[in-house]
Design a protein around this ligand. Structure first.
Ligand code: SF4
Length: 429
């Protein structure tokens, strides 16, 4: 017997996320939250660029206070865009943000405590506050930060990610709280797509309900490769009919994320489209959307760009070759360049990550196939740099820690020498 599936729609202060609703596009501030003026300014820019939800990093209680101020100022200037508090670890911060300040709170409840029973009880407390104040939740689990309890049983795999999130969704169902969105992001596009597909099926089979899904490729980096990687992961799932809200994370001004997200959301509503594009950005995103699924699923080995045009001109052979390399690498089919795993930066970032990423890319371009992570902070960076071979992580106070695999091998390096030291580390390994 085919079970009837219930489609859940999350309502974030009037912005509806779920089946039957248009795909919602969102972004995240990268200003320090306590710098209220800078964050308000950036929220306005993101709103003007089309963001329908804006996320703000909220690691501590002082940030919750700042978020309250930011919200007041935005509302006073007529901007009603819902604000999402991004809380990674601290349950008390999540409880404070959910109590009428943030419109939605993003958490990984597994990080609330190493003791699973305590984490569950804090999560139930958070749910009761969300119910009281009409606050939505995003349960956001990232590949690479699953915790030992899950990885010891399932490994750091899509199955482990799904198992972990299903535990929290079951608590939501028990508590009759469904104003929830779920994300299972990864930097590896194959892992990300597999995790969301598996979650979709598992929710239908085990809960008989489909909670809305927030799609994103974490640490996608910048420039063409960041856009292509995001379009591969997000586009493949949207083409499957999976995904209700999206964020394209780029290590750039977050305003640049929104045209890419808009284009992906629009492509999802089109049955067919050609590759006659007005701009290069439009081309790289559309072509990734078109070709990524079959490449990721091993149903195709190559792409044809004979008919593609940008601003009325056919692509040169060099452009086609370069694009093919980027796309095949983003689909994890052929590795011809180093792979950069770079966080989009946020209020926790301790250095100018965009400039440093450009320097690292230039210094390491000959190391094809080597995975290099460039992360803004030591709190979340090491957990989220996935399976990088080397990591460059901001410590704060102008210092950098370098990682080889998961091990911190050099700490306290002054930022001025850190790219050079990273290069030495790669060469000597
Ligand atoms: S890793 Fe980057 S994006 Fe993630 S919390 Fe740290 S600085 Fe922010």
């Amino acid at each position: 017997m085919i079970q009837k599936i219930e489609y859940i729609v999350c309502d974030v202060k009037g912005v509806k996320i779920g089946e039957g609703e248009p795909i919602v596009i969102q972004s995240m501030c990268n200003t320090p939250t306590e710098d209220v003026a800078a964050t308000v300014r950036q929220c306005k820019e993101l709103h003007d660029a089309g963001a329908q939800l804006i996320r703000i990093t909220t690691p501590g209680l002082r940030d919750v206070k700042a978020l309250e101020e930011i919200k007041k100022e935005l509302r006073a200037s007529g901007i009603e865009t819902p604000l999402v508090a991004d809380v990674h670890f601290n349950a008390d911060v999540a409880l404070a943000a959910a109590a009428g300040i943030a419109d939605k709170v993003r958490i990984n409840p597994g990080n609330f405590s190493k003791d699973h029973d305590i984490a569950i009880s804090k999560f139930r407390e958070l749910i009761s506050i969300c119910k009281k104040y009409g606050t939505a939740l995003r349960i956001g689990l990232n590949h690479g930060s699953l915790g030992e309890r899950i990885t010891s049983l399932y490994g750091d795999t899509p199955a482990g990610m799904v198992k972990a999130v299903m535990e929290w969704l079951s608590v939501c169902v028990e508590e009759h709280f469904e104003n929830v969105v779920v994300s299972l992001k990864a930097s590896n596009t194959k892992v990300m797509v597999d995790a969301y597909r598996l979650l979709y099926i598992t929710m239908a089979e085990e809960l008989g309900k489909l909670f809305p899904l927030h799609l994103g490729v974490t640490e996608a980096g910048n420039g063409d490769s960041g856009r292509i990687k995001s379009a591969v992961g997000i586009g493949t799932l949207l083409a499957d009919g999976i995904g209700n809200t999206i964020r394209v994370s780029l290590t750039e001004n977050p305003v640049n994320e929104l045209p890419v997200a808009r284009l992906l959301a629009d492509l999802a509503s089109q049955k067919e489209f050609d590759l006659n594009c007005a701009t290069w950005e439009e081309f790289i995103v559309k072509a990734a959307y078109k070709f990524a699924g079959p490449l990721l699923d091993n149903k195709a080995d190559d792409i044809s760009l004979i008919d593609a045009t940008v601003a009325g001109k056919h692509l040169s052979e060099a452009q086609i070759a370069d694009y093919r390399d980027e796309l095949l690498q983003a689909c994890r089919r052929r590795f011809t360049k180093p792979e950069y795993i770079a966080c989009p930066s946020c209020g926790r970032t301790h250095y100018d990550i965009e400039t440093v990423l450009a320097k690292i890319k230039e210094a390491t371009k000959e190391f094809a196939g080597v995975k290099i992570a460039v992360m803004g902070c030591i709190v979340n960076g090491p957990g989220e740099m996935a399976d990088a071979d080397f990591g460059y992580v901001g410590e704060g106070g102008g210092k950098i820690t370098l990682y080889k695999g998961k091990e911190a091998v050099m700490r306290g390096i002054p930022q001025e020498n850190a790219v050079e030291k990273l290069l030495e580390l790669i060469k000597n390994s």
